[in-house]
Unconditional design. Structure first.
Length: 293
């Protein structure tokens, strides 16, 4: 199976005080093992033998005033090595008008979208945004709407409890493709929690301009669990359909508890009972389409 990895990160520790500093909680837990350089060369070594043909870099929360520097560095890396093949950068979409910053990012040909993490949770360790209903912010809605003018997507990162307000953001930006991060980050794995997550996911799936990324499933359990992956993958595909789902490794975060080879094996095994066409959509076609690879 040919694979497009629609979500990975590379970084240089010296450039990332914002990401690697002590002040921001990490939803994936203790991460001392990755408080170091993770260059593209290591990523290429990690994916060797996994049939990955292309990859999409997703921003890693450099200091906000370095957003353009992050994209420039990744673009230079791609020019030097041929990897990655697309970039999702950062821009503060809460300002009055984000277009001057977006214009700066648009100078780089691999730009395909923006991610500003909007997830908020009552558990402070899982919290990133300042407010639960941030998706209702009118500046945010207006700026995300501008992405259509650039042909860019918005990587949407919210919890299930935020999905109703996320629908308001999506409805305000009908010309923008929204890529739901980590299948909505199901963190409550009780029967009631799973039922609520599925109910909220169905609200998003009613919007044709939303697709769901199958990634980051080890975030809250801190392991590569084949049964867990299979359950979320099948639930998400049942809600969105395979043509609106795409695989992402979330490396090197998942490297905290598994190898790239073992991770992809678990995902491929989870999708093994789906038709060849649906598997191809999940692992290749959807990412190729939404990130214009």
């Amino acid at each position: 199976m040919k694979i497009i990895d629609s979500h990975h990160h590379i970084w240089r520790q010296a450039d990332l005080p914002w990401l690697l500093g002590p002040t921001q909680p990490r939803i994936f837990g203790e991460y001392d093992a990755i408080k170091r350089d993770y260059p593209i060369e290591e990523f290429l070594h990690d994916i060797s033998g996994s049939n990955v043909e292309k990859s999409v870099y997703v921003q890693t929360n450099w200091a906000p005033n370095w957003a353009a520097d992050e994209v420039a560095w990744v673009q230079e890396t791609a020019g030097r090595t041929g990897w990655p093949h697309a970039i999702v950068g950062y821009c503060d979409m809460m300002v009055r008008d984000a277009r001057p910053a977006l214009d700066q990012l648009a100078k780089h040909p691999l730009m395909r979208g923006i991610r500003q993490q909007l997830h908020y949770h009552q558990n402070p360790q899982y919290r990133f945004a300042k407010t639960h209903d941030i998706c209702r912010d009118k500046d945010l809605q207006r700026n995300v709407g501008y992405l259509a003018d650039y042909g860019w997507a918005f990587d949407l990162q919210v919890f299930a409890s935020q999905m109703e307000s996320a629908c308001e953001l999506i409805d305000a930006c009908p010309k923008v493709t929204f890529i739901l991060q980590h299948a909505g980050m199901p963190e409550d794995l009780s029967d009631d929690g799973r039922a609520y997550w599925k109910k909220q996911m169905k609200l998003l799936a009613k919007r044709d301009n939303v697709v769901s990324k199958l990634s980051g499933f080890g975030t809250f359990i801190h392991r590569n669990d084949a049964a867990h992956i299979e359950r979320i993958l099948h639930d998400t595909v049942a809600i969105f359909g395979a043509k609106r789902c795409l695989f992402g490794s979330n490396f090197p975060i998942e490297k905290l508890w598994t190898t790239y080879g073992e991770l992809t094996k678990a995902f491929l095994r989870a999708a093994n009972d789906l038709s060849a066409g649906r598997q191809k959509a999940i692992f290749y076609d959807t990412a190729k389409r939404v990130y214009r690879l």
